[in-house]
Design a protein around this ligand. Structure first.
Ligand SMILES: [Ca+2]
Ligand SMILES: [Ca+2]
Ligand SMILES: [Ca+2]
Length: 410
């Protein structure tokens, strides 16, 4: 488990206060599967760093980068010192090219380089000038030990945020309406050595929704797939209404196993259907898709909720490994809530519920009586999951999910 630098954790805590306000404002009681309302995840550190570089939508490349003479994001990235801070003022930034933090532009474990929303403001990086193309990513985080905090990245021609570097924290971000997965962790280039695949990144208190490629087959909310290293963690994250899967940890035989991923305390719902109702029958539409090509990877998936996704809630997707699958809840996913057809995974404390009839769960491996899987009727644990679902981020950044107005703790 990755440790968070105490200084960072403190900043995150302060950030949460502003966050809770917007979350409360966004509160509504949506019908199941309705358009998202919980978009309160954008915030920023409350304390202003001295000697920060300032970026604004009308900033210039050659500007001083001060509060009164702000520069551009690309220029600030090229100028920031290791451990320094870049503030993005609020507003919409129209970008037509990828913004890249290159390899070697690194912070350190004790002093991350920060790219953050200015306290209380909401910067939106808008890449709608891009066409849909694999080269057209939005923000590429290919450096190490960065802290990305409080930004929205939308309408990129490929991934909204691409993480090719290691040991980064991405917090309080929203990735939406991009033409491939909203946030993806994969190697930088096809010649990147295996031991440099991105590792130990932490995605925290963030939201990814309405990402869609035109084929409807690729755009997931969050993905650590194909060529990601060990130790990547998703925590307090929400993925919904993406055209393909909520999460995708796909592996393929050409590149072999990825590193084990931890997904915890997170929510995946409504995937396979965009907020405007669009469905693509070619999409996989799972809540949490945990493998590919019969390759073993021992992921850890715990305390998550998969609700109302267009195919399975949690699926091994041919991963025959020993995954840790604990204290998750699957509700009303279109096929199985839990679908694990082979392997030696260990299942503890999971709950599966349905309003109507559905497919029985399948959990090959080590499942004991601490689980309540679906075999034709709801068990006693399901009473907590009736009523409309809603969610918000609490002041400490934790994800709060409610059913029928009652908070559930998976
Ligand atoms: Ca792509
Ligand atoms: Ca797919
Ligand atoms: Ca996918």
């Amino acid at each position: 488990m990755q440790k968070i630098n105490p200084v960072i954790a403190c900043v995150g805590l302060l950030a949460g206060s502003a966050l809770a306000l917007s979350g409360t404002m966004a509160q509504a009681t949506p019908a199941p599967g309705a358009a998202p309302t919980g978009t309160g995840s954008v915030s920023a550190p409350a304390a202003v760093a001295a000697d920060a570089l300032y970026v604004a939508p009308d900033g210039g490349d050659d500007a001083a980068g001060t509060e009164s003479d702000p520069t551009t994001l690309a220029s600030a990235i090229s100028r920031v010192a290791s451990g320094g801070t870049i503030y993005l003022r609020g507003g919409t930034y129209a970008h037509s090219a990828t913004v890249t933090i290159p390899p070697g532009n690194d912070g350190t474990a004790s002093a991350r380089t920060t790219l953050a929303a200015y306290p209380g403001e909401k910067p939106v990086l808008n890449f709608s000038a891009m066409s849909e193309d694999p080269a057209n990513r939005g923000l590429a985080v290919n450096g190490a030990y960065w802290h990305i905090d409080g930004i929205v990245v939308e309408h990129a021609g490929d991934n909204g945020i691409f993480v090719g570097g290691s040991n980064n924290i991405v917090e309080h971000v929203v990735t939406r309406f991009n033409h491939d997965s909203g946030l993806q962790i994969s190697r930088i280039a096809s010649d990147t050595p295996d031991d440099e695949w991105p590792a130990n990144n932490l995605i925290l208190s963030s939201e990814s929704h309405d990402n869609a490629d035109s084929d409807g087959e690729d755009a997931d909310g969050f993905a650590s797939k194909l060529t990601s290293g060990p130790g990547n963690v998703f925590r307090y994250t929400v993925s919904h209404h993406n055209i393909d899967d909520g999460w995708d940890l796909y592996t393929k035989s050409e590149t072999g196993p990825i590193g084990p991923v931890t997904i915890e305390d997170s929510l995946s719902y409504g995937n396979g259907t965009l907020s405007d109702g669009t469905v693509n029958e070619d999409g996989d539409r799972n809540g949490f898709k945990l493998g590919g090509d019969d390759i073993e990877v021992d992921h850890v998936v715990r305390r998550n909720i998969a609700y109302d996704n267009g195919h399975h809630g949690f699926t091994y997707n041919s991963n025959p490994g020993s995954m840790t699958v604990s204290d998750n809840v699957g509700i009303d996913n279109a096929e199985r809530n839990f679908s694990f057809d082979k392997g030696t995974s260990v299942y503890r404390g999971n709950v599966s519920c349905r309003k109507d009839d559905g497919s029985n769960d399948k959990t090959v491996g080590d499942a004991d009586s601490s689980n309540q899987f679906w075999t034709g009727s709801n068990g006693s644990a399901c009473s907590a999951y009736s009523g409309a679902m809603d969610w918000s981020f609490a002041s400490d950044g934790k994800l709060v999910v409610t059913f029928g107005g009652n908070t559930v703790t998976p």
